[in-house]
Design a protein around this ligand. Sequence first.
Ligand SMILES: Nc1ncnc2c1ncn2[C@@H]1O[C@H](COP(=O)(O)OP(=O)(O)OP(=O)(O)O)[C@@H](O)[C@H]1O
Ligand SMILES: Nc1nc2c(ncn2[C@@H]2O[C@H](COP(=O)(O)O)[C@@H](O)[C@H]2O)c(=O)[nH]1
Length: 301
Amino acid sequence: MTADGMPEVDRAAASRAAIAARRARAEVKEAVRTGRRSALDVAETAWRDPSGIEGGMRVRDLLTTLKGLGPARTLTVLDRLGIAPVKRLGGLGHRQRAVLRDWLKRRSAVPGHGRLVVLAGPTAVGKGTVSAFIRENFPDVMLSVSATTRRPRPGEIDGLHYFFVDDAGFDRMIDSGEFLEWAVVHNLSRYGTPRGPVQEALASGRSVLLEIDLDGARQVRAAMPEATLVFLLPPTWEELVRRLVGRGTESPEEQARRLETARVELAAQDEFDALVVNDDVRRTAAEVVDLLAVPGAPSRA
Ligand SMILES: Nc1ncnc2c1ncn2[C@@H]1O[C@H](COP(=O)(O)OP(=O)(O)OP(=O)(O)O)[C@@H](O)[C@H]1O
Ligand SMILES: Nc1nc2c(ncn2[C@@H]2O[C@H](COP(=O)(O)O)[C@@H](O)[C@H]2O)c(=O)[nH]1
């Protein structure tokens, strides 16, 4: 027994574990300092597993590894963000995570690199309508074209609206790692974002818009934490139903299935960086384009 009543063996094990955790946290900081990992990636890892190594890091220690942020400036930034200096990443609340994520994203925006914005939201909220408006009015934005196993609707063009592929073709794309993300949507068809065009556009300075479902948005967050996730909301639930029924492209059974998914998606809106109510297509598109920081587009900030 030691003086504090702890068995000698337990105390030695606890001390070894503490030393190992300190060392692992120092390695994480070194990875951020040398650019092998981004601070945002460390924070997102901590929030996925708050009891892991990253979750145990103090926010202050993470920020001081960033270029140009000494201990004094770090305290000023934390004060501005409303985060106490003693806080650990894993112990941050939802609001604090959101402000820190936003701050890290803005800081890490690479000059000359485009921004990636993910547009998600329940069925018939108007994602396609808003995306089409952006395609027509903001040609600097690259709209990713997804692959899908769904059949084309009348008027849909292969390569413009979707790449329409059969199940075997979709399987091949999965196997060859072509997708940034993919998901089964509405329990029915598979949809996926081809990775190559997105990465090429971003590297060449173009901003990219993905219009995908909740599952896909979560995958993009994990793979590219610098992406901004936007959730489109209907003005009311009744208006959402009106838009779905009024569109008239689904059978009553399919409409019911989509509305079921819509309830699940609406419940996940807090996971997103920005919520935009689609009451007016032009205004909504302007708000999304604002987040894409397209050169030449009027900023409302
Ligand atoms: N701001 C708006 N005001 C009124 N109607 C709208 C608005 N935005 C879209 N709509 C209408 O709502 C219907 C659904 O829009 P859209 O097909 O773009 O939804 P979506 O979110 O892409 O749906 P899905 O996820 O099912 O593909 C369309 O008939 C469209 O014209
Ligand atoms: N995870 C992904 N979801 C996608 C992708 N492309 C589209 N979608 C979503 O599918 C539904 C249904 O679309 P519809 O054209 O059949 O009406 C819609 O909510 C889209 O957001 C994708 O590449 N990945």
